[in-house]
Design a protein around this ligand. Structure first.
Ligand code: ZN
Length: 110
């Protein structure tokens, strides 16, 4: 089944006009919705999906990169920033990928 394209000219969340601006399309349970970049960054389903990716990938990467240190009980201060960053990176990559995938083609104003 071919995905439908959001045809709305206004952001589904804040009603900002989207013509001539960077906008993103998200598939929902109903019709696809178009959002401005500010609302796209806060799109709850995308954030939940990115958080899920971060939990899975971050845990695997933490086990690979820090597993020996953690199992040996040699916790250092550096782990307090290394482990959170290991979760932040896949969150940002998943979010960035979702936004690139949902970017709507530029349409000139008027
Ligand atoms: Zn908006």
């Amino acid at each position: 089944m071919r995905p439908t394209v959001a045809t709305r000219d206004r952001c589904a969340a804040c009603t900002t006009a989207l013509l001539g601006r960077v906008s993103f399309q998200f598939q929902t349970n109903g019709d696809p919705v178009a959002k401005c970049w500010r609302c796209a960054l806060r799109h709850p389903p995308m954030l939940r999906r990115s958080a899920g990716v971060a939990v899975v990938v971050g845990t695997v990467l933490t086990a690979i990169n820090q597993g020996d240190v953690l199992l040996a009980g040699q916790w250092t201060g550096a782990l307090s920033w290394k482990i959170p960053l290991t979760y932040v990176v896949p969150f940002l990559v998943a979010t960035w990928g979702a936004l690139l995938n949902g970017r709507m083609p530029d349409r000139p104003e008027g």
